[in-house]
Ligand binder design. Structure first.
Ligand SMILES: [Zn+2]
Length: 483
């Protein structure tokens, strides 16, 4: 029984004293009943206080929110901001200014070396069907981190494969050709991130797996189910065992057209790309802090990544996560919240083609022996919030689940096992920090992901703000109750 009291009544010393005094006069059964009454009353009181606080936080974000206007500036005034680019430098300076404007008690730039890949010009491709005089244009974009074709380009016959299995079966036909991976985004997954994970291996490994059999270049079907023809870039990863060959992604309508032609006749593709790596350069994580009043040396991290691909404005990926992060800071400060733990608001560097920012953040945390209570990331677009995901112990998950009634009214009605983000992954692996993600509606994300259509206009103000509300509520609860 003593243990029971300790667990349930430790937060209310007066009630405990009262119950213990009573225990001299009543039997244990009655005591149990009385104690339960106080516990229940205490919990209801705490839940009411939490729901009132969260409502206040939500009202602040939904009426005075700056996330949307901040996103407008980031996308329209700065635009694409790939690691090493002038846009990266501008966005870091902007991030420092907005962090301070949002009320950061401390704002700093955490330096890290970042890769510096440049596209180097316009990517071009066209195809010719045997027997026809003309080449028809294809809408392509070189894959991030890929090498260019050189100024003469690459011209070769195309071999289409629908999967890696087919590549292996037809490996003897590959030499000297351009391999076209026509692997389809799986429409049957309701969570489109599963389709992305499944298909993106063709972008990541495709070029080296084709180079292994002597291919001259690679074309990858875009990882999308969009109805338009915009090609979607993203990083490729060369295997150092094989020659590095040029690689482009192709829009879906063109992919279908090319596929049909190849089935009928011999098709030649001409492509020219100009990608190259320049020496690594200096980038920064931008970190704002609200200092903890009780545990200033214990950290809660919330963030998104500041870099984006160069062929778009990076509005959903991940401008949205960045402005939501700073909105949570602004709103907590605006309503006068003083956190128990130090909350760090982080705009991570170089998620797209290196993850150096996330790695640096974890390295510093380990080197300084920091205690990290929790980390959360928004990197799935600024769409209507639907779910929160948590990676942690079963006990942590149960605690997280108990907060669902407080957060669900704002949109996240699903609380799932498994959550985090690329940038907070290294921290989680290094320090076993529990991590969470905001999982908004995923149906439209891969229509625009890494494509020229990822622009400010594709983001809805209300949806963006609601994402920030759900995140802010979880951050508040973790700060108040721990995890
Ligand atoms: Zn992203």
């Amino acid at each position: 029984m003593r243990l029971w009291f300790a667990v349930y009544l430790k937060k209310n010393h007066l009630h405990l004293m009262f119950v213990l005094t009573l225990s001299k006069f009543v039997n244990m059964q009655k005591l149990f009943f009385i104690a339960s009454f106080f516990v229940a009353a205490f919990q209801v009181k705490a839940q009411n206080a939490d729901s009132i606080f969260i409502k206040k936080l939500a009202d602040e974000i939904l009426t005075n929110g700056k996330a949307y206007e901040n996103l407008r500036h980031l996308t329209k005034q700065i635009g694409g901001r790939l690691a090493g680019s002038p846009g990266m430098v501008k966005s870091e300076q902007w991030g420092m200014i907005v962090m301070k404007e949002s009320g950061a008690e401390k704002a700093s730039m955490q330096q890290c070396m970042v890769p510096h890949w440049v596209r180097g010009g316009e990517d071009q491709a066209s195809f010719n069907v045997q027997g026809k005089k003309v080449y028809e244009k294809l809408d392509v974009v070189a894959l991030g981190n890929s090498i260019g074709t050189g100024k003469n380009g690459v011209t070769a016959e195309v071999i289409k494969v629908n999967s890696f299995d087919e590549l292996e079966k037809r490996k003897d036909e590959v030499k000297g050709k351009i391999v076209f991976y026509n692997y389809k985004f799986n429409d049957t997954y309701i969570n489109t991130f599963l389709a992305y994970r499944d298909a993106s291996q063709y972008r990541g490994q495709g070029p080296s797996r084709a180079a292994k059999y002597g291919a001259k270049a690679v074309i990858v079907r875009s990882m999308s189910h969009a109805a338009d023809n915009n090609p979607h870039t993203g990083a490729t990863r060369y295997d150092s065992a094989y020659e590095k060959i040029p690689a482009v992604a192709i829009g879906l309508r063109d992919a279908d057209k090319l596929s049909k032609e190849i089935e009928k006749s011999k098709v030649t593709v001409r492509m020219q790309t100009n990608g190259q790596f320049l020496p690594d350069t200096i980038g920064h994580n931008i970190i704002g802090e609200l200092i903890g009043t009780e545990f200033p040396k214990e950290y809660i991290t919330v963030g998104g990544h500041l870099d984006s691909w160069d062929n778009c404005e990076g509005a959903h990926d991940d401008g949205a996560g960045c402005v939501q992060t700073m909105e949570i800071l602004r709103a907590l400060k605006a309503i006068g919240y003083r956190p128990k733990h130090t909350i760090r608001f982080v705009l991570f560097a170089n998620e797209e083609n290196g993850l150096r920012g996330g790695n640096k953040y974890a390295e510093e945390a380990v080197a300084k022996n920091e205690k990290h209570l929790f980390a959360m990331e928004s990197d799935a677009g600024g769409f209507t919030p639907r779910a929160l995901g948590l990676s942690g112990s079963e006990e942590q998950f149960q605690k997280f689940l108990s907060w669902k009634p407080l957060i669900a009214p704002y949109g996240c009605t699903e609380f799932n096992k498994g959550g985090g983000g690329a940038d907070i992954g290294p921290l989680s692996r290094a320090l076993k920090t529990p991590t969470a993600s905001l999982n908004p509606d995923s149906q439209r994300y891969f229509d625009i992901h890494h494509a020229r259509s990822d622009v400010f206009e594709a983001v809805n103000k209300r949806e963006l703000e609601l994402g920030a509300v759900n995140m802010a509520a979880l951050i508040y609860l973790v700060d108040k109750y721990g995890l």
